[in-house]
Design a protein around this ligand. Structure first.
Ligand code: NDP
Length: 252
């Protein structure tokens, strides 16, 4: 039920953080994982990590905010593998400023990287899913898909948008046997949140105080949900947004 042998997966931003955790889960379950990100050294190290974990991977240099780059990614998947089974839209950034300080260029950079990228990847992946007769899309949202934060206007807009894009795509593709779901991570220890902790005073402590599990998440915590949503175990699950957050979202 959770076997991914022979499956081809693309993980955007899979060379570090949450993307790498999810890529490792998929690779351990038998998938070949294509790491799609910009930093080639980091991507090569991530592929070595997948191999150390007993899996298989390869890397493609991609800027997910660039339409031509995403088209070249899907073309290379088609040429090398002839198929695509799983797409994880994970690449993301944040620029932490309140709305009155955020420039239009910064707004666009965050929306393009976090939201337009997911549209571009889904759009380009569809013919490959259709060809194989099935597909799994996992879009990465955030607690900011639900909550507001003064320092994340574009980020929260992009992550709210990810949930609605997930629902629209899930409905559109349901009869094509393509399931589309979102994962809303809680606070996970990665480069992104290490920077956040430097920039937002008291963040580390407030996350600990609000998270019922009493700890920050690790990238290992992201492996299981990726395998579930990529595997036949979730064939009747579509359009959902699943928090993986140690209970953060349900704390009163
Ligand atoms: P990291 O900064 O560790 O990883 C972000 C990844 O995105 C990097 O691998 C980076 O690779 C890639 N990336 C960024 N911009 C681009 C681009 N234009 N094209 C291709 N790849 C890009 O962050 P996290 O692992 O923490 O975050 C991953 C996702 O999870 C993001 O969408 C984030 O919003 C979300 N998230 C994170 C949470 C957390 O607590 N950590 C909580 C909720 C959501 P490279 O630089 O090589 O391109």
């Amino acid at each position: 039920m959770f076997d991914l042998k022979g499956r081809i997966a693309v993980v955007t931003g899979g060379n570090g953080g949450i993307g790498l955790g999810m890529a490792r889960g998929l690779a351990r379950a038998g998938a070949h994982v294509v790491i799609a990100a910009r930093n080639t050294e980091k991507s090569a190290a991530a592929v070595r990590e997948l191999e150390r974990a007993g899996g298989q991977g390869s890397a493609v240099n991609v800027d997910v905010a660039d339409e031509g780059s995403v088209t070249r990614l899907m073309d290379s998947v088609k040429t090398r593998h002839g198929r695509l089974d799983v797409l994880i839209n994970n690449a993301g950034i944040n620029i932490r400023k309140p709305v009155h300080e955020l420039s239009l260029a910064e707004w666009r950079q965050v929306i393009d990287t976090n939201l337009t990228s997911a549209y571009l990847c889904c759009h380009a992946a569809y013919p490959l899913f259709k060809r194989g007769g099935r597909g799994k899309v996992i879009n990465i949202g955030s607690m900011m898909s639900i909550f507001g934060a003064s320092f994340a206007p574009a980020y929260a807009a992009s992550k709210g948008g990810i949930v609605q894009l997930t629902k629209a795509t899930a409905v559109a593709w349901a009869t094509d046997n393509i399931q589309v779901n979102a994962v809303l991570p809680g606070w996970i220890d990665t480069e992104l949140t290490q920077n956040a902790r430097k920039q937002v005073k008291g963040l580390h402590e407030s996350v600990l105080a609000r998270t019922p599990a009493g700890r920050w998440g690790t990238i290992d915590d992201m492996e299981g949900i990726a395998v579930f949503l990529a595997s036949p175990a979730s064939d009747f699950v579509t359009g959902t947004a699943i928090p993986v957050d140690g209970g953060y979202a349900i704390k009163g």
